[in-house]
Design a protein around this ligand. Sequence first.
Ligand code: PPS
Length: 296
Amino acid sequence: MAQTPQLRKEIVIREVEGVPLLQAAVDNWSHIQNFQAKPDDLLICTYPKSGTTWIQEIVDMIEQNGDVEKCQRALIHHRHPFIEWAKPPQPSGVEKANAMPSPRILKTHLSTQLLPPSFWENNCKFLYVARNAKDCMVSYYHFQKMNQGLPEPGTWEEYFETFINGKVVWGSWFDHVKGWWEIKDRYQILFLFYEDIKRDPKHEIQKVIKFMGKNLDETVLNTIVQETAFEKMKENPMTNRSTVPKSMMDQSISPFMRKGMVGDWKNHFTVSQNERFDEIYKRKMEGTSIKFCLEL
Ligand code: PPS
């Protein structure tokens, strides 16, 4: 007998200052806003699907001086507390961060206006990774299809509208990237691009090493480049989310480590979607000096 496909539970999204967030984060909002950052915290900041897991593994490899075994100590999403993450009864990101000894490496997808103020007050280091909007949209679409904790994305055509209108969880790509780009010279922010890391990982990883105040030799650097390559991370159970139950992330729908490339948008955008997107992009990003690479 044919089985009725199980419908995804209704995911509740609520807005904070116009930014859609998951209900659990909003319920925990005062704890998130009152989070006490410390001057030696390093915060990894990204819009979703911009290479967060990739930069987390790079940062951890640097922190562990290229010791592959040490980076196998825990799943990547447990190594760096995710500040706005809340899923009771599991400990929240804030609780995990509070329990972590310094120096702490933390993660967020929050835009600048929603970040807990103590990060600015303590002049923390921020490592921001930006990815071109078109590839972000494609990656997020596939992620929403497989991740039961996010809303169903609908058809690609529907998702296109949702994304450009900033109605996805964590809000508008345009506002997020613009916001972090505009303040990058006022704080200790290392602003990187996914496409640059893909093109020349060694060069970009060297920037991260310097930013973290480390000094690693060439052999270690080469190990980090090799171990954080897409093919390696796709096979690594500590980074590929293979231990996450299928009821949460169904990787038969789309793997978490999906393609890891620049320019997959060309396989999804129609000519007219592309033209429309370019127009919207021009309007929304007017006045910023940021430049993205859309193909390698
Ligand atoms: S999340 O859920 O927001 O934390 O996702 P995030 O880690 O930011 O982004 C996932 C996308 O990054 C790709 N990825 C990589 N690309 C290149 N090299 C490496 N090592 C790597 N690791 C992860 C991952 O495949 C997702 O992109 P897509 O385009 O979907 O493949």
